[in-house]
Design a protein around this ligand. Structure first.
Ligand code: UDX
Length: 438
């Protein structure tokens, strides 16, 4: 099939490559000239394992092309995917849908009557209905608009796109269902469930899935708060409750909490939308989910204060700065916010991260960056593990012990082998755990 993918951020770039891998002819449309030229050269403008190799492969197959705006070539496509961002609105909790609206309007001026538009962006429920009115007006016919949320995770984005747990489509026409069934044919053929829903339900599936995941993480982090004052251990607790398969063990990792470009802004946007619809109280609990999550960041700052007293002039090393491993995404990263707050309190924070130091230089240049792990730790009076990159789990604590000024580490992700670190004479402070340091 001939498809376009509009907006080439994490979601769009991954989706465009995935569509090319499935054998479709894809035109990626991205107005940002820097992003576009990087992608056109086969260079991913962000870190995403697997996608970096698949992008040049898709380009050299001739099935993936890029352009900055619509033209006759893109207008002849059978299916258009809208993948632009819906960030949190500045000064409000609501999702900013202006990029989606702009993309829909531009497309409506070019689209052919038989083409289907599939929105993949995460939007507040009700957005698609408004978009359809706007598009119908501009196009002068009944546009086949559908909503087709995407559930990919950063770090495993391509794999998640090609082998999703389910495909969700919300449609107003059988033609949209048929076209979407065709484009995802190879994935459906492997037994992946294809759910045909109404449009508001499809819009809600995405935000409610993210709200559930965020709630699960905050639940265990709330238990960590209780564990911290009662001598219990939240990691063992998570393991024990996770054996109940009604609860499940996934997404119960306690630590400094969730961040990234999705979960935090999606729960806030969900609350804002529910309030607009007059049912704010139904999802009021998500405010607590957000608050529990943010309190974990406060906790680390508090622990740093307890350990070091006045933070002015103190050297702190932050191991990992991205919001999760295998990603260089710093959006709403818990580790980044902690590093910034410690810096604001007068500490000198040196950051190590295997892939995110370039993005850090742009986003938070006040933090010092060090590419060599041992050098990053040299002279540290406190070390904090902020992102659970594999290399931190595997590092030899003896080696780090030899260069730091004080052998104290806060394990913000509960991934270190505490006994091994203690054997190397480290004081280990683990969130939600009752660790006895000799
Ligand atoms: C999320 C959803 O998982 C995905 O389905 C959706 O499409 C986009 O949003 P992503 O933002 O890539 O994906 O990250 P995810 O793996 O969900 O992790 C989010 C955050 O939660 C990370 O900061 C992670 O460190 C944290 N987390 C995750 C925990 O703190 N504990 C856990 O048990 C799991």
């Amino acid at each position: 099939m001939k498809v376009t993918v509009i907006g080439l951020g994490y979601l769009g770039a991954t989706h465009a490559v995935a569509m090319a891998e499935l054998g479709h002819e894809v035109i990626g449309i991205e107005p940002d000239s820097q992003k576009l030229s990087s992608l056109a050269q086969g260079i991913l403008p962000f870190h995403e394992p697997g996608l970096d190799a698949a992008l040049p492969r898709a380009i050299s197959s001739g099935r993936l092309k890029f352009q900055s705006e619509h033209n006759e070539a893109s207008a002849s496509a059978d299916l258009h995917f809208i993948c632009v961002g819906t960030p949190q609105t500045k000064g409000s909790d609501a999702a900013d849908t202006s990029y989606v609206v702009a993309a829909a309007k531009e497309l409506a001026a070019w689209i052919k009557p038989t083409a289907v538009v599939a929105g993949k962006s995460t939007v507040p429920v009700g957005t698609a209905a408004n978009l359809k009115d706007v598009m119908d007006d501009i196009a002068g016919f009944d546009v086949h608009l559908a909503w087709n949320p995407e559930f990919l995770r950063e770090g495993t984005a391509l794999e998640d796109s090609l082998r999703p747990d389910r495909i969700v489509v919300g449609t107003w026409s059988q033609h949209s269902v048929d076209v979407l069934r065709e484009v995802y044919g190879p994935i459906i053929a492997t037994g992946t469930p294809f759910l045909e829903l109404d449009v508001p339900t499809a819009e809600l599936v995405k935000v409610s899935a993210n709200a559930f995941l965020a709630t699960k993480i905050s639940f265990i982090n709330a238990m960590a708060e209780v564990a911290e004052v009662s001598g219990a251990d939240a990691v063992s607790l998570a393991k024990a409750i996770g054996y109940d398969d009604r609860i499940g063990s996934k997404f119960l990792r306690t630590g400094i909490g969730f961040g990234g470009g999705c979960l935090p802004k999606d729960i806030r946007g969900f609350v804002a939308r529910a309030e607009e619809l007059g049912v704010g109280s139904a999802v009021e609990f998500l405010k607590d989910v957000d608050a529990v999550n943010l309190r974990r960041r406060d906790k680390v700052v508090e622990l740093a204060n307890q350990e070091l007293g006045d933070l002015a002039g103190k050297s702190i090393t932050m191991l990992g700065i991205s919001f999760k491993p295998d990603s260089d995404d710093l959006r709403d990263s818990p580790a980044l916010e902690i590093a910034q707050r410690l810096t604001a309190l007068g500490a000198t924070v040196t950051v190590h991260d295997p892939v995110s130091l370039n993005s850090l230089a742009t986003r938070s240049p006040e933090l010092s960056r060090e590419e060599n792990l041992i050098e990053a730790a040299r002279g540290a009076e406190l070390t904090i593990l902020g992102t659970e990159w594999k290399l931190y789990r595997e590092v030899d604590p003896q080696e780090l012990a030899a260069v730091v000024k004080a052998k104290t580490i806060i394990d913000g992700r509960n991934v270190l082998d505490v006994a091994k670190w203690q054997a190397a004479d480290w004081r280990v402070i683990a969130l939600g755990r009752n660790v006895h340091n000799g």
